[in-house]
Design a protein around this ligand. Structure first.
Ligand code: MF3
Ligand code: CO
Length: 247
């Protein structure tokens, strides 16, 4: 069953989302060649805790950090550490915030310094895929309209979407029903209703969609070593336009 949130519940998710948004701004101030992903994790954790919330990822199924930082061919769930970001890298920063029992979840892929045109195009296309998907978050649409919007935009640009990982409902838990694949036909699956809250997260690979996990048992990488980009927002279905809780 897909939960329908009340207005007070939506307000709480929005509050978590506001903290998450502020956390991205803090991270953006620190993003430059030479910064370590571990330093970004420290900044995020301090920001979230000092705003009366909890980093939702830390301890989640044993995950050891407050954010995920996934560099270049890393798709998602990169563990922050001593790695220094370099000019030309891209890094996907994924953050979850828990405040007063309600979760928000979002991710941005950042370019470090100047990146080459092909890299920028992958990042832009992934961001656009998320925008097109969010535009499908309207009552009466089907869940897979979201999936289809992502797949058609990414594949239309010559990329592939990751199959092994999905977006998800969110609210009282970080991962709730429904699963939201980043591929599929239009017009299938549950009908969207006001009060549903969805974390939509396209993961787009420059090469094949196949991924594997590293020995750390968390980090997903592309099997062909080509780049991957990831954007995510927590979005509510309303009677009218979609409401993005994490912007
Ligand atoms: N943000 C991820 C998602 O959207 C969850 C990260 S899993 C964690 O599903 F263990 F890193 F927290
Ligand atoms: Co998510």
């Amino acid at each position: 069953m897909i939960a329908i949130r009340t207005e007070p519940e939506l307000d709480l998710i929005r509050k978590s989302g506001e903290i998450l948004k502020g956390c991205f701004l803090e991270i953006e101030k620190a993003l430059r060649p030479g910064v370590t992903t571990g330093e970004l994790d420290r900044i995020a954790e301090e920001y979230i805790l000092s705003h009366g919330a909890i980093p939702a990822f830390k301890g989640y199924q044993g995950y050891p950090a407050s954010i995920c930082a996934s560099v270049n061919e890393q798709v998602v769930h990169g563990i922050p550490g001593p790695r220094e970001l370099e000019e030309g890298d891209i890094v996907g920063i994924d953050i979850g915030v828990l405040r007063e029992e309600y979760y928000a979840d979002a991710s941005r892929t950042y370019e470090i310094g100047e990146v080459d045109d092909a890299t920028r195009r992958l990042v832009e296309t992934t961001k656009e895929a998320l925008e097109l998907a969010i535009d499908k978050v309207r009552p009466g649409n089907h869940l897979s309209d979201i999936s289809h919007a992502i797949q058609s935009h990414a594949e239309g640009a010559g990329y592939q979407v990751v199959r092994a990982l999905v977006g998800h409902g969110i609210g009282r838990r970080m991962h709730e029903e429904p699963q939201i694949p980043n591929f599929g036909p239009p017009g299938a699956g549950p009908v969207l209703k006001p009060g549903m809250v969805l974390a939509i997260e396209p993961m787009v690979n420059a090469g094949t969609f196949d991924v594997l996990t590293l020995k750390d048992q968390w980090t997903f990488v592309t099997v062909d070593g080509k780049l991957s980009a990831h954007f995510e927002d927590t979005v509510a279905v309303t009677d009218n336009d979609p409401v993005i809780m994490t912007r």
